[in-house]
Design a binder for this molecule. Structure first.
Ligand SMILES: C[S@@+](CC[C@H](N)C(=O)[O-])C[C@H]1O[C@@H](n2cnc3c(N)ncnc32)[C@H](O)[C@@H]1O
Length: 243
């Protein structure tokens, strides 16, 4: 009996810790490989868990993006999951093309099943820290419900900034309310996120209420890049002396 209670307490404690690490925080404290492994395993249940309302998706994601961008524009959906953005655009009758990037192959495959004839959607399995796209090649980048899973958000935002064309738009989500305290160190306040976006050279940053747990955040890459590290020092800026 002496050893029984401590053993039960230990098992309970381990169960709570494992639940928190693997279920509640979806592996974020165990690194990107574990996050991807968990999303691969949960891919077939993702839609049933999230219960997206198609009309809200169309009205709050698809239609605004379709209005903002010309037909044929390229939208990069980073951490695309089950192709939420491509489906919202399709529902809005949009003519933009989507490149969907995600670390989880199974999430992308589930998305393909939900978007029959996904002709205008190109699927790429890759990490958001190293996007396999040329600099300045996208008119918009979406980054929905992904920021909290990334180990270095500043570097991920810099990657989004790199692939955007000058004047391009970034649409991301930011956790709020009680969900802010769920993943300590992985969720930013509106002020912190604004500072991070500004540091990466974004401007026209606007927060819009979206879901109970998230705000939508819009930011623009300036037509002329303004990051501190991009400003040449005076010596470099001077024209070569005439001979
Ligand atoms: C909560 S889901 C969001 C999916 C989709 N954006 C949506 O709003 O439904 C998070 C997605 O981010 C992906 N993800 C997490 N870390 C990633 C990374 N470092 N690079 C690319 N994708 C990542 C996961 O595989 C998962 O599909």
């Amino acid at each position: 009996m002496g050893a029984f209670l401590p053993a039960v307490a230990l098992v309970l404690l381990l169960t709570v810790v494992l639940y928190w690490l693997l279920i509640a925080t979806e592996g974020v404290y165990l690194g990107p490989r574990v996050v991807t492994w968990l999303y691969d395993r949960a891919a077939s249940q993702y839609e049933a868990i999230k219960k997206f309302d198609p009309e809200c998706e169309r009205a709050l994601i698809g239609a605004p993006l379709a209005r903002m961008l010309p037909p044929g524009a390229t939208i990069l959906d980073v951490g695309a999951g089950t192709l939420r953005v491509a489906r919202a655009l399709r529902a809005a009758g949009a003519a933009q093309q989507v490149i969907a990037v995600d670390r989880s192959r199974r999430m992308l495959e589930e998305g393909r099943k939900l978007l029959p004839g996904a002709g205008a959607c190109h699927l790429v399995q890759a990490d958001c820290m190293a996007l396999p796209l040329a600099s300045g090649s996208c008119d918009a980048v979406t980054f929905l419900e992904v920021a909290e899973f990334v180990q270095n958000l500043g570097a991920a935002l810099a990657e989004c900034q790199r692939v955007l064309s000058p004047g391009g738009v970034l649409l991301l989500s930011n956790r709020k309310g009680w969900a802010r305290w769920y993943m300590p160190g992985h969720v930013r306040s509106a002020e912190e996120l604004t500072r991070m976006l500004e540091r990466e050279g974004f401007c026209e940053i606007v927060f819009v209420p979206w879901q109970v747990e998230y705000d939508l955040v819009l930011a623009r890459k300036p037509v002329r890049t303004q990051r501190a590290q991009d400003v040449p020092d005076q010596g470099q800026a001077l024209p070569a002396p005439a001979r």
